[in-house]
Every structure is written in structure tokens, then in C-alpha cells.
Design a protein around this ligand. Sequence first.
Ligand code: FAD
Ligand code: N01
Length: 546
Amino acid sequence: MPQNGSTPARLDAVIVGAGFAGLYMLLRLRNAGFSARVIEAGDGVGGTWYWNRYPGARCDIESLQYQYGFNDELPREWTWSEKYATQPEILAYINYVADKYDLRRDIQFDTRVTSASFDERTDRWAVQTDRGDEFSARFCIMATGCLSAAKVPDIPGLERYEGEWYHTGAWPHEGVDFSGKTVGVIGTGSSAIQSIPVIAQQAKHLTVFQRTANFSMPANNGPLDEDYRAKMTTDYTSIRKAARNSPAGILGRPMSDKSVLEASEEERNREFEARWEIGGLGLGGAFNDVGLNLEANAIAAEFVRSKIRAIVKDPETAELLCPRDYPFGTKRLCVDTGYYATFNRDNVKLVNIKGNPIEEITPRGLRTGNAEYEFDAIVFATGFDAMTGALLKIDIRGRDGLTLREKWEHGPRTYLGLQVAGFPNLFTITGPGSPSVLSNMIVSIEQHVDWIFDCLSYLREHELSTIEASREAEDRWVDHVNEIASHTLFPMANSWYIGANIPGKPRVFMPYIGGVGNYAQKCQHIADNGYDGFELDSGRVAVAAG
Ligand code: FAD
Ligand code: N01
């Protein structure tokens, strides 16, 4: 029962999260007459772009591709100002979409879903929130995000720290003015690499604590070319279709079909230089074996290191910034504007904490294994409990009271990253086991939402009550996901893809690396074959929309 004693609101679907995924899911369901409600912890729409307001935050897939593509109208209506849009611009865009389709009336903000349990007597999900609401829904759709559970590391002493501290993934809405302040940034992942150049311009002094150096490519950002914009927006449906059939949901310079080991030095440099000049994530696609063969990979890695050495004046700092602990591209590549050059500034210092971890946050700053530092402000750019974090924070219970936490004790198990055996009518948008974070996520989100929408429509049409991944199909899929990852270099890195950033998290490569296009075809084939690998049941309750 809801804590206020009233009857639970009955819905076709509860959608958790109001980012790109939750909003599009709501739009599709509502347009087809399903009753749906979105529950969102924040007080506005946007998800990632609502929470990550740190200085310098922007997308690193070009704006014209990092947007909804479910119709031609939106891409024509919205004008992006730069090649890579800033966080405020993306947030303005997603608010525009919410207004245009009048989505807010079906979104409950400032509310966190705390539990969801499947009732086998009624084939319905009971969903509860931290505000005492209870919903009874046939479908529970998790649009909770892959990178939404911000992680502040468990370093003792934070509660005694007397300065200001922030996590990039939960940045204050009013912004932070670092002028005249001494600042410490912990971490050198994408969030740090974007924010460090901007903080350095403001702060009196900035100290960057690096545990692992990262590979970062220049954004070469700038105003959007009018001709390119026009070309991309005349027939966006075709552009999106092509992206959906591509390896990573991104259109651009295609991956070369040549091995770097077979290319002459001149050919190698020409291709690497061309991609470095274009900027962004494309360097890894320069040759077809960079992600598969260590020797080939080392050549790409050395190219980036040569660039770092050319930019950073102090040779010792340059060497520290050169990544060496893992193959190129096996941790998420970063894209920056002036990151390496920032270390040429007099007010910026790089501290290598690889052998001397941060042991304590002190009242005035922090202490590493061999030194003590004082700061007016500390920025934790320390990332997320990725892919499973937001889901496992919710007490999710399926058949026989089995919790998702128990089920995923040794790592996430899903069928297609869309469903979990034992949890009927529960869907995960961009769940583990799908291309998700290895792709342009808007493309992957739209593909999942469309698939889930078609599935719910199919159930309605055929008067079916439940759909549930079979254990055999799930086992086969998990084996397949692991098998193809094992042929790549990805498992060699201690990345968040593999859960290595969270102490105690099972070491499992979570996303599906078989490619966006291949994956989408598999999903479609399965649906076309009557949802092969899923168990469909007419159940105990009559099925009707609403
Ligand atoms: P999110 O945007 O994460 O939204 C999930 C929402 O669910 C959040 O608002 C959260 O508050 C809510 N939520 C979670 N749990 C609960 C709960 N229990 N109850 C209520 N609400 C809940 N991807 C790219 O493809 N290209 C990029 O350039 C790119 N840039 C990024 C930059 C940053 C700084 C980060 C952190 C990620 C970036 N990503 C990028 C990944 C990005 O997360 C996705 O592109 C996309 O925005 C995810 O949308 P989503 O709706 O799936 O999830
Ligand atoms: O997080 P991260 P992020 N002591 O996990 C360090 C997307 N994104 O927020 O590598 C010291 O990548 C940690 O060190 P190590 C994108 O998918 C995109 O930056 O574990 N250091 C690492 O350096 C991205 O990959 C954009 O050794 C500690 C850093 O903190 C994902 O979000 C922008 C530590 C965390 O890096 C996450 O990025 C931003 C400790 N105790 C984010 N704990 C775009 O540009 C952690 N670290 C599109």
C-alpha cells in the first residue's frame, strides 16, 4: 500500500528517469494510448545534461548526430551552434523537446524510485518512491542511465573537510566560481579532461591528481558549418537510419579496412594525422587492427604520446601524461579542448598518485602517501558506478522474490541488454549486454525504445500479459557478449566498462561490442520471429491498453 493509504495509481507503464531515454519512451507510449508516467529524481528533464553542469561539459559526438532522430522535424527546427554542443545547449534542447511534446504533464520530478517488485498473482509491478507513492504498472521500464550513479571514492575524512567540494556528476545549478581559489581536481577521465582547462583559467592555483593517464584527442571544436548543417538536416531520417546500421552509431570517416602493421610509416602517419586534425573519437578507426592486436595498438598509442610530448613543454610532466598502463582505446577515449596545453600554465601542477594514493581528506585539503596539500575547493572527477549502479540502487524483485542484486551478484546477466530472466515485463534501456556506452548513445536509446514500444504493442495486439527472457537465451547471450569481448583488447584495461573503478564490483565486460548495426539486426530478427528467446504468456489478467 502507498504510505499515504491511498490506492496505488494504475498505469500501463512506469518509466524511471527523464533523460533522453525516458522522454522518448514516454512520447512513444503516450502517442499509442498507453498510460505511462515518468519518475525522475531530479527537478528537471535532461538526465546526464541535468546533473553534469561542470565547467567545460559538452558532448564529444558531434551535435548534429547527438540529438533525437526519430523524425525529420526536430533536427530542422533546432540549430546547434557548435560542432560539439555545450551542456547548457544540450539541456536547453532537451527542455525544448519536453515542451514541444508536452511531456512534463506525465513526469513526476524530485522523486526517486526506491523499489519495484513483481507480483506473480496479478502480473503487475508495484513501484514505490521515496515520497511514499505507489504505482501499479504492467511494465516497468528502466531509463535510469548508464552513467548516472556518481561515485565519490571512499577516502576517509571527507566529512571533516572545511573547504568546498563537488562531484562533476552532481554539479551545483548556480555554478561555481573558482576565482582566486586553490583547487584540487581528483581524476583524469573525460569529466576532468573537459573541466581542467576551464578551472585552470579561473583558479589561483590548480593541482591535478592523476592515478592513470588517459588518451585524449583534440575536439577541434568550432562554429557549425552552414553547408554541413544543411546537408545533415535535409533528410535526417536517412542519416539516422545509416547511423543505426553503422558500427558505433556514428557517421564519419569510415574505419579503414587496412592493417596498421601492413601500412608504410608514411601511410600510418598520414591517416593518424588526418584523424587527429579532424578531431574527436575517430583515431581508433584509423586501421582495422588497432582494437584487436597489441602490436598494432602500440603504434596508435605511440602516435598519441608523440603528440602529448609535442604539446607539453616540461618533459617530466609530458611523460607523466603519456598513458602506458593499458592499450589505446580500451578505456573510454577522451576528447578535449586544450587539456595537455593546460599543463604549460604556471598555475597548474600535475601530481602522479599512482604509487602514492590519496589516503585521507584532511580538514584543509588532502594527504597522499608522501605529501600533504591544502585547497579551498576539491573537485571529484571520479566517475560513476557505471551501467549497473543506478539499477542496483533500486530494490528490484522479480519472480519468487529474487532480487536483481542477487541475480547480478557475479555481474550483470541480461538477454540483449533489454530484459533479465526472472523479471517479466521489466525492460532496461541501454542495459548491460547492449552496445550502449560503446556507441552514440542517442542512436542506441532510440533503437531500444522503438524495440520496447513494438514489443508492448505486440503484447497488446495479441492479448498477452507478460514477456520474459528465457534463462537459456540469456545464458547464450551472456556467453556471446563475453566471447566477442575476449577477442578484443578491452578486457586488458582496468576500466569502468569492466567495473574496475568500483571496489568489489565483479569484473565483467558489460557492454556489447558486436556493433550497433549488427546488434539492431539481431534484435529485429528476434522480434520478427515472435520474440525468439522470450517467453510470452497470456497470464492471469485481461490485457487492455490503459
Ligand atoms: P541519463 O541521462 O543518465 O538519465 C537517467 C535519469 O534517470 C537521470 O536523470 C536520473 O536522475 C534518473 N534516475 C536514475 N535512477 C533513478 C531512480 N531510482 N528514481 C528516479 N530517477 C532516477 N554519450 C554519447 O553518446 N555522446 C556523448 O558525447 C556523451 N557525453 C557525455 C558526457 C557526460 C558528462 C556524461 C556523464 C555522459 C555522456 N554520454 C555521452 C553518455 C550519456 O549518459 C548518454 O548519452 C545519455 O544522455 C543517457 O541518457 P539516458 O536517458 O539513458 O540516461
Ligand atoms: O569518469 P572516469 P568520468 N583516487 O571513470 C579517477 C562519459 N563522459 O566522469 O583511471 C584517485 O572516466 C580515475 O582514475 P583511474 C564517458 O563515457 C563523457 O571522467 O581509475 N583517482 C579516473 O581518472 C566517460 O568515460 C564526456 O585510475 C581516482 C577518474 O577518477 C564517463 O562518462 C565527458 C579515484 C574517473 O574517470 C565517465 O567519465 C564526461 C581515487 N580514489 C563523461 N577514484 C564527454 O566528453 C577514481 N579516480 C562526452
